[in-house]
Design a protein around this ligand. Structure first.
Ligand SMILES: NC(=O)c1ccc[n+]([C@@H]2O[C@H](COP(=O)([O-])OP(=O)(O)OC[C@H]3O[C@@H](n4cnc5c(N)ncnc54)[C@H](OP(=O)(O)O)[C@@H]3O)[C@@H](O)[C@H]2O)c1
Length: 328
């Protein structure tokens, strides 16, 4: 293994211009970990937050950005069973995906689904783990329910639409432009252009949402509660607008609403391993059956990570972006 590897590094916290390429020590897999020779790394909104200093990596994780990747197993730590050097995989990472090599727990590694490219496979773990754990394990979505996802054209949103549709739910999705709404509709959602239409009115006219997956927060929180059917569930996965809102707990009580949420990165290795097993058992068959495929926006060269972050922060993208690592 080379002692040094190429990685996307940052000169400090700030805008995309702080990003550059440097040589850093290649990580060594510890007990139960594998080393992956990264082919592609998925780009996620939390990467941009980490770059800006608003989302520090958890203790013990790589200081590099990158929460998911595809590639081939390059080395095994002690105690690893079930994986061989050379296996084509995709993996959820504690960080460190923006590099030619990355380490992660053997229990957060999944096989590359057949029929998907390595670029597509890199874009699966973060969104599939997040959507399955929040929409199904936490939110309990079942067939026939009305499901609303905000940010419908995002990496998370496009995955949530496809998984919820495959589960037999009636899916509504909000998005900020006609083009983004068309992308949501292509995936099977009833799209709501939120700058022109009130999602609360639309959902209430249909009897309310049984489940809402929200990443906006702020002013959306009381509106989400109003858009829920009695006994409905709100699952919060991010607070892009604001973490705070004034809500009536009388409404929660009288209409038996459930408000919950989670973040993936802070969960324990045991919890992540459990989600990985669920994703392998339930989401990978959806991919095999043709019900789910990552919506790919663009693939950037590793050297162009700053450009990918600019595109994400301008919200110009639809679906997922990935970085391609050099082969040498
Ligand atoms: N809890 C977890 O474990 C977890 C895991 C992964 C990601 N996340 C979060 O989930 C969200 C989606 O992630 P992603 O990687 O799919 O990101 P993304 O593609 O950039 O999605 C963000 C979307 O939110 C919409 N949006 C609505 N209001 C917004 C606002 N006030 N500011 C910015 N965007 C707004 C944007 O579309 P419009 O143009 O339609 O507004 C955009 O499509 C992110 O906030 C991310 O941090 C949470």
């Amino acid at each position: 293994m080379p002692e040094l590897m190429r990685a996307v590094t940052a000169t400090g916290f700030g805008g995309p211009d702080v990003l550059g390429i440097d040589y850093v020590p290649t990580p060594v897999p510890r007990y139960g970990e594998v080393l992956i020779r990264v082919a592609f790394a998925g780009v996620n909104r939390p990467d941009a937050l980490q770059r800006a200093g608003a989302y520090p990596p958890p203790p013990g994780a790589s200081p590099l950005m990158g929460l998911e990747c595809s590639g081939h197993i390059a080395a095994l730590g002690r105690g690893v069973t079930g994986w061989q050097v050379g296996d084509a995989v995709c993996a959820l990472l504690p960080g460190g995906g923006y590099a030619t090599h990355a380490v992660t727990s053997q229990h957060q590694v999944l096989p590359v689904p057949s029929g998907l490219s390595m670029a597509e496979a890199a874009c699966l773990p973060e969104t599939c783990f997040t959507v399955w754990s929040n929409v199904v394990m936490r939110g309990g979505l079942s067939a026939g329910e009305r499901f609303l996802v905000h940010g419908g054209s995002s990496g998370i949103g496009t995955t949530a639409i496809q998984i919820a549709t495959a589960l037999g739910a009636r899916v509504f999705a909000t998005a900020g432009s006609a083009v983004k709404c068309a992308a949501c509709a292509d995936l099977g959602a009833e799209a709501i252009q939120y700058r022109e239409n009130d999602f609360v009115e639309i959902l209430r006219a249909e009897g309310g949402a049984h489940l809402i997956l929200d990443m906006v927060g702020g002013s959306y929180i009381p509106r989400n509660l109003r858009a829920l059917a009695d006994d409905g569930r709100l699952v919060q996965i991010a607070v892009l607008e604001s973490p705070s809102a004034e809500v009536s707990f009388a409404e929660i009580m009288m209409r038996r609403l459930t408000v919950t949420g989670s973040t993936l990165r802070r969960q324990t290795p045991v919890q992540k391993a459990h989600i990985a097993q669920e994703v392998l058992a339930h989401v990978w068959p959806m991919i095999d059956a043709g019900h789910l495929r990552p919506v790919m926006d663009r693939v950037f060269a590793m050297d162009d990570a700053a450009e990918a972050h600019r595109r994400m922060e301008a919200s110009d993208h639809i679906g997922k972006m990935a970085l391609q690592m050099p082969e040498d």
